[in-house]
Design a protein around this ligand. Sequence first.
Ligand SMILES: N[C@@H](CCC(=O)N[C@@H](CS)C(=O)NCC(=O)O)C(=O)O
Length: 227
Amino acid sequence: MTSKKVVELFYDVASPYSWLGFEVICRYKNMWNIDLKFRPAFLGAVMKGSGNKSPTMVQKKVLYMDKDLNRLRDYFNVPMQHPADPIGVIFKKGSLSAMRFLTAVQEREGGNTKAEQVSRELFLRIWNEDKDITEPGSLSEAAVKAGLSESEIKELLELYTSPKMKDKLRSTTQDALDYGAFGFPLLVCHVNSKAEVFFGSDRFELMAHCIGEKWLGPQPEKAHPKL
Ligand SMILES: N[C@@H](CCC(=O)N[C@@H](CS)C(=O)NCC(=O)O)C(=O)O
């Protein structure tokens, strides 16, 4: 039996704070004694299901987030650039197809490696390159960059719109709601048979304390150059 603590990361590539949380937990996944489980889910349904509203509905929050994300880009060392039309990208285009595609990547692989690479490419497309993530051609471009083979991508393009993948994404999103999610990223740490739930990419210090690990900031390799 493994002594590793299970940590689930619920995230959506339409959420810039999810990207920050995603990169940080990836940096720590081999430093901490954890078994990291990616849980790609759909933020739109979490907002609806929890009765929350996107922070972008409030002008003052948008202005604040804009500054906050610029500061965090440097602090976290994540190459985030605002898309020219963030509202169009998040609400009109949305991330449903991308999250179904990621669900299919994970289902097909039965693990984390390719899901990590494809997630990163999708985050980069939306939050760095200002590129589409809704069309099949865009999803396959991300998968090519992530190193997936032509035959894998062909299979994924057939799989991601299937009822099975739609149901899987729905059930992962429901799991997030059942943990009490009202936004992303959501980190759920299983400690002594109890689920400790953290909202945001700014709760790692507290999370580390709860799981008995050391927090060295969002760029641990800088704190310890030999890591
Ligand atoms: N303070 C959090 C903010 C995270 C955040 O604002 N996430 C957005 C999605 S990008 C959200 O779900 N917000 C819901 C809310 O703030 O109620 C962080 O630094 O990560």
